[in-house]
Structure formats: structure tokens, C-alpha cells
Unconditional design. Structure first.
Length: 373
């Protein structure tokens, strides 16, 4: 990696971190290395419409990624290699992402009259106030969002930074598996890219409406509040699907791997639903309700915003009864997030499986869509 002047490129869209190189023009694999699985998506184009060409979900061994940190690079690289073999694509150009918690991003004000060189210096000066590390230790990027609505004569500029060692770790493990990394993004921004596909399904394409997107992962639930293409709020909660897996382990004496497999396939004893599933679904719906209450008391009160729709993503979003439980607790229209509904699918795609897998593929889908930048 080149030093100091190498930085992310926000050129693709207002809310996206981007590539170290020019945006890719050919097929690109979106590779999401989550805490529980490697998920890969490849998209092409049919006219102006994206088409899903390939996707795969390959489980990771337990605890090879803890709090976003890779504890065993060889195991993760081996999982990526297995995923690539199953994927059936010859493409090895990849877009990867960092966990949102590993990035610092903030909207700042910069005088509109600044020249490009002056703008970069001003951004670095402002960034020093928000980044608790020396700038030499981070990859830093910025994008001008446009004239500020609240400060005449100034520009709104989005800055984002991540520790170089964290970026290099993710790039290295992808390269160990034979990938050529051309884009590095942030999970939250990749989900925003995928969310644009979901918006197309809604009246007026979701404009002037407020969405709460909940991505329920293995160990954490991520909440993003989105309005008119802007992320207004982001929060992580330490609650995820691994809790249900551990409950299954304890109740039925399964190994963690067997419990995870049984949970995904719903091949569990009859007592599972009443003893474990229903209490877990209710607890998860309660966590979602609390996240919304926190948003209302900390952010929305100053902007008079109410959430119009809740979208559920992640592997747990397909748990039976979760959408109804969230609707019951919040009284807000709730739907399962599927970024592929507006796309065409290659004939090889198993549509029934895709319907079940789609909510857990938002990050990988958003990364694959960087091919269209």
C-alpha cells in the first residue's frame, strides 16, 4: 500500500466510502466478511437493470472473528476460498468492507470558496478534531456533499477515516484467498447502496419518508435511520442471533455448529418454538423498540421525525413471527429487506433459497453494486 496520500475515494455516491483506485468498470465480487460467514455477491447489468449472477454464503468457524477483528487469518482465507469454489465465477476483482465500528465518519463544514488543495488541507485540519489517532496512521477520505442548508457560504463535507492496520488486515486476508481488492467500503455505507434498490419498490421511491433499517447479525444488531438518501443516525446494540444458537446448545445438547445448522433449517424438536423461539423473537422485538425510543429521544426530537417504515435484515430477520412482533410493539409498518426484488436473476439462481438468504446479503449486495459506479 502506498503511504500518507493514499486514501479512500468517495466519488461513487454521497454516502459511500470507495476505492483506492478508479471505480471498477467490469464485474466485481462483493465480499462481506461478517462475524459468522463469508457472503459473496456478483452482479452484472441487463440494459440499465442490475442482474444477480452468483451468490454464496459460507459459514466461518466459531470465534475466528471477534468484535470485527480477525483472530485467525488462515481460517478466514480458507473460508473465502471455499466460497469462491462454490460461487462458480471466474471473477476475482473484489470490493470488501470494514465493520462500521472500525470507521469514524462525520459531516463537517468547509468554506465554499476553498480551492481543491486548500479544501484537502482544511479537511485534514478538521479531521484532527474528530480522529483520535495521528493522520499518518489512518486512511482518510472526504466527499463534498454540496452547499450547506444551514450555513450560508459553506459546504457540507463528509469525512471518514479508518486505521490503516484494520484496512490492511482485511485486504491481506482477501488477497490470501486469491482476490484482488479494488474497493474498500464501510458496512453501513454498503447497506445504504443496497437500500437504494429496496427504495425503488416503495411509493415515490421512498422520498420524504424515514426508514429504520435493522441488520440483526450474529452478535450485534445494527440500526440505521435513513431519510432521502442520508443516514441520520446509526447505533449498534450487543444482541444477535448467536444468543438463540447458544440457547439451542444448552437446551438440546447440540454443538455450536449443529445448533447453528438446525436453527437455519428449523429442524428442531417441537418444544423449540414455545421454549426458545418465541421468547427470543419477543426479546429481539423489544430491543428494536428500545433502539427507536433512543433515536426519538436523542435525534428525532430536534428534527420532528417519525419512522415510517421498519426494514429487517440479517439472518435473524427471517425468524418466524419477527416482523409481526416488531409491528405489534412499534405500530410501524415492518417489512423484510430484499435488495434483489428490483433486479433480474440469472437462470442458475435458486429463487426459493434466495428469498430466504436475501436479507442477510445487504452488505455483499451493496459492495457488488459498486461495479456500477
Amino acid at each position: 500500500m502506498a503511504e500518507e496520500k493514499r486514501r479512500f475515494d468517495f466519488s461513487s455516491m454521497q454516502n459511500a466510502l470507495g476505492s483506492w483506485l478508479k471505480p471498477p468498470q467490469h464485474s466485481l465480487l462483493g465480499v462481506d466478511i461478517s462475524s459468522s460467514a463469508v457472503k459473496i455477491v456478483e452482479c452484472s447489468a441487463v440494459g440499465h437493470t442490475p442482474q444477480l449472477e452468483h451468490y454464496v454464503i459460507e459459514p466461518l468457524p466459531k470465534d475466528v472473528i471477534i468484535d470485527g477483528n480477525i483472530s485467525n487469518m488462515e481460517d478466514v482465507a480458507a473460508a473465502i476460498e471455499r466460497a469462491l469454489k462454490r460461487l462458480g465465477s471466474s471473477t476475482r476483482r473484489a470490493a470488501i468492507s470494514l465493520p462500521t465500528s472500525m470507521a469514524i465518519y462525520k459531516k463537517i463544514l468547509v468554506p465554499a470558496a476553498a480551492e481543491e488543495d486548500d479544501l484537502e488541507r482544511q479537511v485534514e485540519t478538521e479531521a484532527n478534531q474528530y480522529i483520535p489517532f495521528p493522520l499518518a496512521e489512518v486512511n482518510l477520505d472526504y466527499q463534498v456533499l454540496g452547499p450547506s442548508l444551514n450555513s450560508s457560504g459553506d459546504l457540507d463535507v463528509m469525512i471518514c477515516a479508518a486505521r490503516k492496520e484494520k484496512v490492511e488486515e482485511r485486504v491481506a486476508v482477501a488477497e490470501m484467498a486469491g482476490l484482488k481488492v479494488e474497493v474498500v467500503d464501510i458496512d453501513a455505507f454498503a447497506m445504504m447502496t443496497a437500500f437504494e434498490q429496496i427504495q425503488q419498490q416503495l411509493p415515490d421511491q421512498g422520498m420524504n419518508q424515514t426508514f429504520a433499517l435493522f441488520d440483526v447479525g450474529a452478535s450485534k444488531t445494527h440500526c440505521s435511520i435513513i431519510r432521502n438518501g442520508q443516514q441520520l443516525y446509526y447505533r449498534e446494540q450487543p444482541f444477535g442471533g448467536s444468543q438463540l444458537t447458544r440457547d439451542i446448545q444448552r437446551r438440546f445438547g447440540y454443538s455450536f455448529e449443529d445448533a447453528e445448522t438446525a436453527k437455519r433449517s428449523m429442524t428442531l424438536p417441537d418444544s423449540f418454538e414455545s421454549e426458545l423461539l418465541h421468547p427470543f423473537v419477543d426479546s429481539l422485538a423489544q430491543e428494536i423498540q428500545r433502539a427507536l425510543q433512543f433515536f426519538y429521544t436523542t435525534v428525532s426530537v430536534s428534527q420532528y421525525l417519525r419512522v415510517d417504515y421498519i426494514l429487517l435484515a440479517g439472518g435473524c430477520s427471517m425468524l418466524p413471527g419477527l416482523d409481526e412482533a416488531v409491528l405489534s410493539r412499534t405500530q410501524i409498518s415492518t417489512m423484510i429487506a430484499n435488495p434483489f426484488t428490483t433486479m433480474t436473476q440469472a437462470a442458475r439462481i435458486p429463487l426459493k433459497e434466495l428469498l430466504l438468504d436475501a436479507p442477510s446479503l445487504l452488505v455483499a449486495c451493496g459492495l457488488a453494486l459498486r461495479r456500477f459506479d
